[in-house]
Design a protein around this ligand. Structure first.
Ligand SMILES: *Cc1c(COP(=O)(O)O)cnc(C)c1O
Length: 239
């Protein structure tokens, strides 16, 4: 386990370089350029000290799954040029504090949330980019919208001009390993392709946020434009 700050910095650089290398290889296998897949660093397992090391190593796109943790860490790192995504459930009463801090909300899972986000983003005068979170595996414990609920939401988006839906986000099913992950990720891509023709003008669903530490290469091979990685970035740092 890396204990000193110098050791931690070294380990984080190593982890980041290895992940970026594997991402580039997977992008190449899917016929794309490394730059077409973004790494979103999920920082929920570490504190501001480790996040600073990650930022110094060149990773500035960060995510948290709990709004309160995002508020705390964003405040602690306010001097750094970082960008935050929220990747976990957002209750409507937490919108006012969260919205000014984030570049994107990847975990939008209801029309009520879209309505509330639109209102608050309108007050702030800045549209908020979001992804719709989809429960693609159909596992009951999973969060996100059932696939059949997407179309009714998409067709209503013109009512909410301050919410910019840029794509879909999912987590692969827990059971079934990499084979299952490939299938879930391919299902999300096909769902996106089917939904594109019913999207209102200006909604393109270009972004597919899928893949975590255990399955990000599978996700990239199936068309991910963003992978969300926590554990693998902080291996050797976090017990
Ligand atoms: C924690 C989390 C991740 C990162 O998972 P790892 O397996 O630690 O890489 C990605 N997405 C969401 C929504 C998460 O909550």
């Amino acid at each position: 386990m890396a204990n000193s700050l110098v050791e931690k910095a070294h380990r984080i650089r190593q982890n980041l370089a290895e992940i970026q290398g594997r991402m580039a290889e997977a992008a190449r296998r899917s016929g794309r350029l490394a730059e077409q897949v973004r790494l979103v660093a999920v920082t929920k397992y570490v504190g501001p000290v480790e996040i600073r090391l990650l930022v110094e190593a060149g990773c500035i796109l960060l995510a948290e799954s709990r709004p309160q943790a995002l508020w705390t860490k964003a405040a602690a790192l306010a001097d750094l040029p970082v960008r935050w995504h929220l990747v976990g459930h957002l209750q409507r009463n937490k919108i006012p504090r969260t919205l000014p801090l984030v570049e994107m909300i990847q975990s939008v899972d209801s029309l009520r949330l879209i309505e509330a986000l639109d209102q608050q983003a309108r007050r702030l005068g800045n549209p908020i980019p979001v992804l719709l979170e989809v429960n693609i595996s159909g596992e009951p414990a999973k969060t996100g919208l059932p696939p059949e609920e997407l179309e009714p939401i998409l067709v209503q988006l013109p009512r909410f001009p301050y919410v910019q839906v840029q794509g879909l986000m999912t987590l692969a099913g827990l059971e079934g390993g990499l084979e299952r992950a490939h299938r879930d990720f391919a299902d999300l891509r096909r769902l996106r392709d089917r939904l594109r023709p019913v999207c209102p003008e200006g909604v393109r669903l270009d972004e597919l946020s899928m893949g975590m530490s255990g399955d990000f290469e599978a996700a990239i091979e199936e068309g991910a434009t963003m992978v969300r990685i926590g554990t693998a970035l902080f291996e050797g740092i976090v017990p």
